[in-house]
Design a binder for this molecule. Structure first.
Ligand code: MN
Length: 735
């Protein structure tokens, strides 16, 4: 088992002046919080973070990455939360752990294979720091190395995910060693029988293959020396099982037809020119297989891989591959991005992690983006990458259902958008949400990697407020649609009640009218409306008068005969009262423009006074409620434009009296109340009520309720009060 001192020595060997204290603190913290936990193998849990840190140290990553390796599971698997971690280790480590925890959530969730592509997208999108990927790969590698202790189903799932997601990412990042090991481990666990069979076949030939390899290596070394081509080493390898298996399956061939079953690798010294020299020596020694030569040096693969590959026919007719590359190319082939980073640093000779990290990030984006948009991978220009990055990263967030389904939403989306993206029903009945297991308000902005659970209640309904919290068109349209439906339902209801009452006044059976579908339809058509419900809605909105509907129903003659307005009976009174009870207190003082006889009521919130600018609003159960245009509630009501109607003060009713409350602030002196009531009385205005108080800051506060005819009258009262000595301020108060 690796010890923390081993990890620290590796870091010290690879990096100048590392922050060893950070690593030690991370180790102690991890040991403390994972204490008592065991791995499936029965070992203490701490072994895992330690091994991960060791892999990262071998990759020559910085002390922040190594420390994060030690801490990578504390948020996921212990009671430690991000804020605690932040208070101990600061933002850099904490943000890395956060990224890793999110990936952990996702991979726990994504059980469906078809989600792999989405998960990969997701993983990429959340990478704000490339070290997250490298640490995740190290974590996965150690888990794969020790998975023999897990149950077969779990082994298979993790192995499949490794093949689907992590190995391709390692490949894209040029991390050949990591990719190979991940693939072989996954192969072994996923297809144990085929693995065993193939391993057996290869092992049976291994002595022969290794002997051949040895001869080839010796020949190459000799020939290179004879021709003065400087080299570091000549290695040999038997093809890895997973890639051999894939090749056999794909090409449906037997093992002896595989050109690169064995390969020699020449690592040259001093620059690429020696690679080509070595190649000519190889081709001079053995016959090359036509069209098997690849120059990845002149044209590097997009994952930075550089090498010359050639296949030649060996002495016994056995073909083999020779790979030729420089030392630096070799490191990059093995370590990929991590090597690239390291080289850059070494060349600079100074520690400048920010810059090299930034550089690395750019490289990684360039490498990983084609994974997301495979079809566009060819257009490798900077511009393309830039625009793709803009397209992909800032605009979208990827969130998950608890079942692991990826929901892609525009940035700024909330749980409500998420709910509607799942299904309209889910959106409509949404009553709350949990993000990563915590209850959050519905207006919370989703972040990449969030696991979102929507809480629903069967009969719950959308709310108008929701329009403020959604950004997706789907959610917005659906909520609007629902509101419109709702308003229509209310209007139909009001319309029906109004029509029933009006029928009562005419002594006509409302049922006979409303239930007579054909008749209702006929009348609706006369108004240019389609269905009976449209007619009722129109009545409810106040666009169509129930009285006029009755006239169309009864015909002119019958209507005139039954018209209660023409009969001077008390029934009119009763009828009116009934309507008033239904739609609130009518006020003859206000008329709806263009329509007669529609009943109105003054809004309590602003109590509009004759002469003030007013606006009407059709309200459920209250008919048309009239507000002062400046009332703070009006702006809100305006959202519902369909229900806003123009109203004006009636010409008649000049002598109507209305109570208005006035708030007067005065200096604190005696006789103020008397002075004010006198001033009001002098302009022959009734006072209904008056009270005086002293405010905390020592001012007199007097509230007077006066009876006025209209706005002009009120203005007169206000100015009379203003002129009383000692009055500081006068204002009308609503309600
Ligand atoms: Mn782990």
């Amino acid at each position: 088992m690796i010890r923390i001192e081993d990890v620290i020595s590796k870091v010290e060997a690879n990096r100048p002046d590392p922050d060893v204290d950070l690593i030690r603190r991370a180790y102690l913290f991890s040991a403390l919080h994972h204490r008592g936990q065991k791995r499936a193998s029965g070992e203490p849990y701490l072994v895992h973070p330690l091994e991960v840190a060791g892999i990262l140290a071998d990759m020559r990553l910085d002390e922040v990455s190594v420390s994060t390796g030690l801490l990578h599971d504390v948020v996921e698997d212990t009671l430690v939360d991000l804020e605690t971690l932040r208070s101990y280790f600061g933002d850099e480590v904490t943000n890395l752990v956060d990224g890793l925890t999110k990936i952990a959530h996702i991979s726990n969730l994504s059980k469906e294979k078809q989600q792999a592509e989405n998960v990969r997208k997701m993983v990429l999108a959340m990478i704000t720091d490339v070290r997250v990927v490298l640490i995740k790969l190290a974590d996965r590698l150690h888990n794969m190395r020790t998975m023999q202790y897990l149950k077969p189903e779990k082994r298979q799932r993790i192995s499949q995910e490794t093949l689907d997601i992590y190995a391709p990412i390692a490949h894209r990042l040029g991390m050949g060693k990591m990719r190979s090991e991940l693939e072989d481990l996954a192969f072994r666990n996923l297809y144990p029988d085929e693995y065993k069979r193939l391993a057996h076949d290869v092992d049976a030939r291994r002595p022969e293959l290794e002997a051949a390899l040895h001869r080839i290596q010796e020949t190459i070394k000799m020939r290179l020396a004879e021709n003065d081509v400087p080299f570091v080493s000549v290695e040999g390898r038997v093809k890895r099982l997973y890639s051999l298996w894939k090749k056999l399956k794909r090409q449906k061939i037997t093992m002896d037809r595989v050109y690169d079953l064995i390969a020699a690798r020449v690592i040259t010294l001093n620059g690429r020119k020696n690679c080509y020299l070595a190649l000519s020596v190889i081709h001079d020694t053995w016959t090359p297989v036509p069209e098997r030569f690849k120059d990845w040096i002149a044209m590097p693969r997009d994952n930075l891989y550089q090498s010359l590959h050639t296949s030649v026919i060996g002495d016994g007719g056995q073909t083999f591959e020779v790979q030729i590359r420089t030392e630096e190319m070799h490191h990059i082939a093995e370590e990929g991005v991590a090597a690239h980073w390291k080289y850059k640093e070494r060349k600079l000779g100074v520690r400048d992690d920010d810059e090299s990290l930034d550089e690395l990030r750019k490289t990684v984006e360039k490498l990983l983006l084609p994974l997301v948009e495979d079809n566009k991978a060819d257009e490798d220009s900077e511009d393309f990458i830039e625009s793709l990055k803009l397209d992909l990263f800032p605009k979208d967030v990827y969130a998950f259902t608890p079942m692991g389904k990826v929901i892609q939403l525009p940035r700024g989306s909330t749980p409500l958008d998420f709910a509607y993206a799942i299904h309209s029903e889910v959106g409509d009945t949404c009553t709350g949400s949990k993000i990563n297991g915590r209850i959050v308000p519905l207006r919370t902005e989703l972040q990449n990697g969030d696991v979102v659970e929507i809480l629903t209640t069967a009969n719950s309904k959308p709310s108008r407020d929701w329009l403020n919290y959604v950004v997706t068109a789907k959610a917005r349209n659906r909520i609007r649609h629902w509101i419109a439906d709702q308003q229509r339902a209310e209007s139909i209801d009001i319309g029906r009640k109004l029509l029933e009452k009006e029928s009562d006044r005419f002594h006509v059976s409302a049922k006979k009218l409303i239930n007579n579908e054909a008749e209702m339809k006929r009348i609706a058509n006369e108004y240019g409306l389609g269905r009976p419900d449209d007619l009722l809605a129109s009545i409810g909105y106040g666009k169509t008068l129930p009285r006029n509907v009755l006239s169309k129903f009864l015909g002119a003659e019958k209507f005139a005969e039954l018209d209660p307005e023409k009969r001077k009976e008390t029934r009119i009174e009763t009828g009116m009262k009934a309507v008033k009870r239904l739609i609130g207190l009518g006020e003859d003082a206000i008329v709806v423009k263009g329509v007669d006889n529609l009943l109105t009521t003054r809004a309590r919130c602003c109590n509009p006074l004759r002469g003030e600018d007013i606006v009407g609003y059709i309200s459920l159960g209250k008919g048309i409620v009239v507000h002062n245009k400046r009332c703070k509630n009006v702006a809100q009501l305006m959202v519902n434009r369909d229900r806003v109607v123009d109203v004006e003060w009636a010409k008649s009713g000049q002598n109507e009296i209305q109570s208005v409350r006035i708030l007067v602030t005065t200096e604190d002196r005696t006789g103020m109340l008397a002075g004010i009531t006198n001033a009001i009385a002098e302009i022959k205005t009734g006072i209904r009520d008056a009270r005086a108080n002293v405010s905390r800051d020592g001012r007199g506060v007097i509230v007077v309720t006066v009876e006025v005819f209209d706005k002009k009258h009120l203005d007169k009262v206000l100015s009379a009060i203003q002129q009383v000595t000692g009055v500081i301020n006068v204002e009308r108060v609503n309600a």
